[in-house]
Write a protein that binds this ligand. Sequence first.
Ligand code: PEP
Ligand code: MN
Length: 349
Amino acid sequence: MDIRDLFPASGPVVIAGPCSAESQAVLTESAVALKAAGVGVLRCGLWKPRTRPGDYEGPGYEGLQWLMRVKRETGMRVCTEVATPEHVKACADAGVDLVWIGARTVGSPFQLQLLADALGASGLPVLLKNPLNPDAGLWEGAIERLKGAGVKDIGLVHRGFNTTDAAPYRNAPLWQLAARMKAAYPGLPFFSDPSHMAGDRRYVGELAQRALDLGLADGLMIEVHPEPEKALSDAAQQLSPRQFKALMEGLVRRRPSSADEAFQARLEALRTEIDRLDGKLLAILEERQQVSREIGLCKKEQGVEIVQPRRWEQLLESRLALAREAGLDESAIKSIMEEVHRMSIQVQK
Ligand code: PEP
Ligand code: MN
């Protein structure tokens, strides 16, 4: 099987199922409901990487038989997480269709290499989640390890990042980082996992829609459990089959582009305007650099230090006040001003 084979003629492919397999009954019930909702690929964790020992760690190898039974009985494709070469071998031997590598494992190069070697030998298609920390290099490195080990069929799963300002979500989406990864690997199907981004079922729908709107969801991976409140892991973020069905029905799908002439003309005009404004922005930056150079000369003549922390504090504070007044994103303006200040210091000799 190829990951591309999973895609329907139109719209994203949807992979759904419980966070953890838990029992044959949970798995079967999930699969029957999801199949009725048009889902072709069932997900579930058999080996759950948990924060604390003693938290529910999934059924382990025993759950593989449950999964294969569901596959036989429903005809769905089945997908689970692998974290060791032993998991890979067991999945390949049992007939699992595709596997994913979880966020915790992606960030661990030694473990990932062992896993990549086993996956290369297995021929299994692999979905690679983003690492917990917002480090594109770590994600890219994992792709390189998989490719280097001979894994032919790779998909990426954007599940959000562990940052201090992720609220109200469990993991910050960091759409820009995701967009850069998708653009850097146009050949790899790109999935969005709004469940792990959200951490709370109330936000799963809006995140799924945002990912679709941004063009960052060739596919979706969503956690669905027959009785989410009773789930043994990730209870807060799992949807009931009914909630899942409502979500699917509510999603609006966009297209990559449109040939409509009026649309094309309007977009072109607006883009010209953006090009003009960017030109102005750069001209202002250049003018600012000139002034910074002169300031540098003044300071040098007087033997005054280049970095003046008090002035920088006041400058930043006043720019943030302006940003607030203008309704601009303060944290974005802060980053921009920090960069502008860095450039200014750089040209002061
Ligand atoms: C999961 O999909 O259940 C899971 C553990 O995902 P992640 O690795 O993204 O936390
Ligand atoms: Mn989960």
